[in-house]
Design a protein around this ligand. Structure first.
Ligand code: COS
Length: 390
């Protein structure tokens, strides 16, 4: 599963198909049985974390030289997709481990990479802290500050909507180092959960992905060593946006997996369910709905893998195609996931509206994919800028 940038997008590589088989088997055996309970109890999917850690699927993107598997971006998407097919919350373990370490991989110093990445490969988790209560879509208006004190940095402020906050060990934190310079006055840092003055002030009560904590973080005079900065001072906002160019496809993959899970459940149910003396899958109305759902999923899959392959090929930062495809794949796949899961609930009828079946959970989980890692409106803005050439 070594990094292979030579993808044939129209035919999955053998190693990708073998990977899908392995992760699907693990997800169905170890993760699916707990998905409903994780949602019902709003608890962290510890069984999923244990199973992913034991099999090395927790952070497959970590390069081999740092103790990881060095899986390519398409392979990483396949892992996320297959976990999401059975449990949206659990799929955020591999997805956010990538999001939380991408800035380090793209822009971090060698010593810091050697310190942090092996820990993530071994099972500790990482999160990404960009958003604040008053700086969501307008991420550049953040208020969290970092000031230099000798060789160290001292961080003060709050971050909001942090996926897996409180569970993760490492946090990529964007903070203002020079308020006069706007986006060029923001820097990126790595903060450890044990750094004094760091903590979780609140976790959200949510519609979906209830097994993945979404936390507000606080930083009270958090002192970190100077070498925990990622790249040069003032490059943090660009690192944050470059990260999203690599990780929006992973949210596309999550959306894709949720949609596939809902379609699979709907096919099984409509074959089994009898009304008017026949399976409801024998009605053309049902068949057309299932065909549309499958068609949209296949289109989304091609876009997600294409965007992931673009990222793998390492187009230059800010490259038109990379940013466009990352935003487009996430937007398209998440809109598909919302449509497909809603249709799946419809095909289940009254049963679909109950927690006796997984499709209502999938519909709730799908919704967030239209919102996080850039709302689909912001993603359309990113796409439009590139289309128009501004
Ligand atoms: N890669 C590298 N650099 C990038 C970039 C990219 N994909 N996109 C923009 N930049 C650079 C710009 O070139 C600009 O640099 P210069 O000042 O040197 O020209 C700088 O970053 C600031 O960019 P811009 O002026 O476009 O910033 P805006 O404040 O207008 O914001 C949006 C841009 C809205 C696109 C950005 O804030 C965004 O993506 N917001 C959503 C954030 C998000 O996804 N949050 C969810 C967090 S994860 S749950």
């Amino acid at each position: 599963m070594s990094g292979n940038p030579d993808f044939d997008l129209y035919q999955p590589a053998e190693e990708h198909e073998a990977l899908r088989e392995a992760i699907r088997a693990l997800a169905e055996k170890e993760i699916a049985p707990h998905a409903a309970d994780v949602d019902e109890q709003e608890r962290f999917p510890q069984e999923a974390l244990d199973a992913l850690n034991a099999s090395g699927f927790n952070a497959v993107h970590v390069p081999e030289e740092y103790g990881g598997q060095g899986a390519d971006s398409v392979a990483t998407c396949i892992v996320i997709e297959e976990v999401a097919r059975v449990c949206g919350s659990s799929s955020l373990i591999p997805a956010v481990n990538k999001l939380g370490t991408m800035g380090l991989i793209l822009n971090g110093g060698e010593d810091l990479k050697k310190q942090v990445l092996p820990e993530i490969a071994e099972g500790k988790m990482a999160s990404y802290a960009l958003s604040e209560r008053e700086a969501g879509s307008d991420a550049g208006s953040m208020r969290t500050r970092a000031r230099k004190d000798g060789d160290d940095w001292i961080l003060n402020g709050n971050k909001a909507w942090i996926t897996n906050g409180g569970i993760s060990t490492w946090y990529t934190v964007m903070a203002v180092t020079d308020p006069e310079k706007g986006a060029s006055g923001i820097s990126a840092f790595l903060v450890n959960k044990d750094d004094e003055g760091f903590g979780v002030s609140k976790t959200e009560k949510k519609l979906g992905i209830k097994g993945s904590p979404t936390a507000e973080l606080y930083f009270e005079d958090v002192r970190i060593p100077g070498d925990r900065i990622l790249g040069e001072e003032g490059t943090g906002f660009k690192t944050a946006l470059r990260t999203l160019d690599h990780t929006r496809p992973t949210i596309g993959a999550q959306a894709l997996g949720i949609a596939q899970g809902a379609l699979d459940a709907a096919i099984e149910y409509t074959k089994d369910r009898k009304q008017f003396g026949q399976s409801i899958s024998d009605f053309q109305n049902t068949q057309f709905m299932l065909a549309d759902m499958a068609m949209k999923i296949e289109a989304a899959r091609l876009m997600v893998y294409t965007a992931a392959a673009n990222a793998e090929r390492g187009f230059a930062p800010g490259n038109q195609k990379l940013g466009f495809m990352a935003a487009a794949s996430k937007t398209f796949a998440s809109d598909v996931a919302m449509q497909v899961t809603t249709d799946a609930v419809q095909l289940f009828g009254g049963a679909g509206y109950t927690r006796d079946f997984p499709v209502e959970r999938m519909m709730r989980d799908a919704k967030i994919t239209q919102i996080y890692e850039g709302t689909n409106q912001i993603c359309r803005m990113v796409m439009a800028r590139q289309v128009i050439g501004k």
